[in-house]
Design a protein around this ligand. Structure first.
Ligand code: HEM
Length: 470
């Protein structure tokens, strides 16, 4: 259900100066606060563009209309209250997110709650756990190395879409990790295209919720949506069925899930449940890392001093040999670049929760079924917390100090924290090191970058760039 007309989005702020770079972000919204139609139209295109100047500060706020309530929490102690102390009351995802993803992920971990989430979380967390990274890191190394070879063969000045390039890279890595080596780039690509077209047709706002349905209503399956779902399911079901029927394991995540089920039949993981968890890990692990790597290329292209420090570190630590998992612990500056990119462009910029029962957050009374949002985007750019909040300064993540509690959470926080945090961080650092050892990327002429968030944060129209050997 949606209205098709568009609102004029706010201007994009982006400034470059000697040794300083303020990368692209929407100017804070101005104008009447209760123009709900305008807010709705803007939020459908990019929900970051509805934030006003004071939303970025340490304060909570609420919007009430049509008997509904939207509470935005941007105070560290209150974020702890929602995400940790009262997790049981706020573990449930916002209806728009659940409805948008349910056709594809079913009861998969990302959108499940209650008993299903409690039972599946330890199992999925164990499968993507940091202890298993050495098993999967060869996919990160091999797939990045294949991209090095392909980029080395590009004609000079050819423009590529860095978002699509990084999307292909992370899709093949996660596809091999989840489904096994044999999946092949075509099947991985098929799943990514299915997901991308799925995201482009589902909405990030469920109007039925506003109209009084506490749980929203299912997204209508248009022929395009059906096609997207069929594409993804066909690949995943084939792999799941192969694993269920096979007696020898290949160590993939699907294999680990199937083995779990065979050992503990009481888990009740049938084909649909296996498909849902595999699709969840794929979706959660593919687009997030692809987006992060893409923003990093954009940031480095405008910050030559940071790019030089990054290259210097990779050369010092790895010399001329290709970076491997063993190098990741020594790549401090590379890690700082990744952490700073995740601060400026958190791939999931809004964590939406729905209250089960009435509650009180930092002086605001929350209604049952009210929506509570916690935004890494707002907190990571909060001028009361961060020095030069909109600037790219990787150095802030160097040294032993860490950001104050509940001020930096690109992977969410509390019991629902990203299960693949270490996997995602390691993958981003390792892929970046392997590619940046050989190449630098530059913006294609005339490109204006605009970040926009629907379900996840992406540059509108991709990231056209040219690839140059170092
Ligand atoms: C840069 C990379 C990544 C970022 C920034 C990221 C971020 C997040 C965030 C913010 C959430 C919570 C969303 C919410 O509460 O609404 C989440 C959940 C999740 N992520 Fe990640 N993620 C990344 C990579 C990965 C990878 C590589 C995997 C798997 C291999 C993964 C698996 C998951 C799973 C399974 C969940 C659901 C956890 C639950 O609800 O209990 N993520 N991620």
């Amino acid at each position: 259900m949606h209205l098709s007309f568009r609102a004029t989005p706010p201007a994009i702020l982006e400034t470059m100066g000697h040794g300083a770079f303020e990368p692209a972000h929407p100017a804070p919204m101005t104008g009447p606060g209760r123009d709900y139609l305008r807010l709705y139209r803007l939020a459908r295109q990019d929900y970051l563009s509805v934030f006003r100047e004071n939303d970025y500060h340490t304060r909570n706020s609420q919007l009430r209309g049509f008997g509904r309530q939207l509470v935005t929490v941007n105070v560290p102690d209150d974020i702890k209250y929602v995400m940790v102390t009262r997790h049981d009351n706020f573990e449930r995802k916002a209806p728009a997110m659940r409805r948008a993803l349910e056709h594809l992920l079913g009861d998969g971990l990302f959108i499940s709650d209650g008993e299903t989430w409690k039972c599946r979380r330890p199992m999925v967390a164990d499968i993507v756990h940091k202890g298993r990274i050495p098993q999967f890191s060869r996919h990160m190394e091999e797939v990045s190395q294949a991209l090095v070879t392909r980029w080395a063969g590009l004609a000079p000045d050819v423009t590529v879409d860095a978002l699509a390039e990084m999307g292909g890279l992370t899709a093949e890595i996660i596809a091999r990790a989840v489904f096994g080596d044999d999946i092949g780039p075509d099947a991985a690509n098929e799943v990514v295209c299915g997901f991308t077209s799925f995201q482009s047709v589902v909405d990030n706002i469920n109007l039925a919720y506003v109209a009084g349905f506490d749980n929203g209503i299912p997204v209508v399956k248009t022929p395009r949506l059906r096609r997207a779902i069929r594409r993804v399911r066909a690949v995943i079901d084939r792999v799941a069925a192969n694993h269920l029927g096979s007696t020898h394991g290949d160590g993939s995540m699907m294999d680990l899930l199937v083995r779990r089920q065979k050992k503990n039949p009481e888990l009740g993981l049938d084909l649909a449940a296996l498909r849902n968890e595999a699709a969840t890990i794929f979706m959660a692990g593919q687009e997030t890392t692809a987006g992060t790597l893409t923003w990093i290329w954009y940031l480095l292209a405008h910050a030559p001093w940071a790019e030089e420090a990054l290259h210097g570190e990779i050369d010092r630590v790895c010399g001329t040999r290709t970076p491997t998992l063993q190098d990741v612990a020594s790549l401090d500056y590379t890690r700082a670049v990744v952490e700073e990119a995740l601060r400026l462009y958190p791939p999931v910029p809004l964590l939406g929760r729905q209250a089960r029962e009435a509650d009180r957050i930092g002086g605001i009374d929350v209604l049952p079924a009210g929506l509570v949002t916690i935004s890494p985007w707002l907190m990571h750019r909060n001028p009361d917390i961060w020095d030069r909040p909109h600037h790219f300064v990787p150095e802030r993540f160097l040294g032993p100090g860490r950001p104050a509690p509940y001020t930096y959470f690109p992977f969410a926080i509390g019991p629902r924290i990203c299960a693949g945090l270490q996997f995602g961080l390691t993958e981003t650092i390792l892929c970046l090191a392997i590619l940046a050892q050989r190449f630098r990327l530059r913006m294609a002429p005339g490109v204006r970058v605009r970040p926009a968030a629907r379900l996840t944060l992406r540059p509108v129209g991709g990231m056209p760039m040219t690839v140059h050997s170092r």
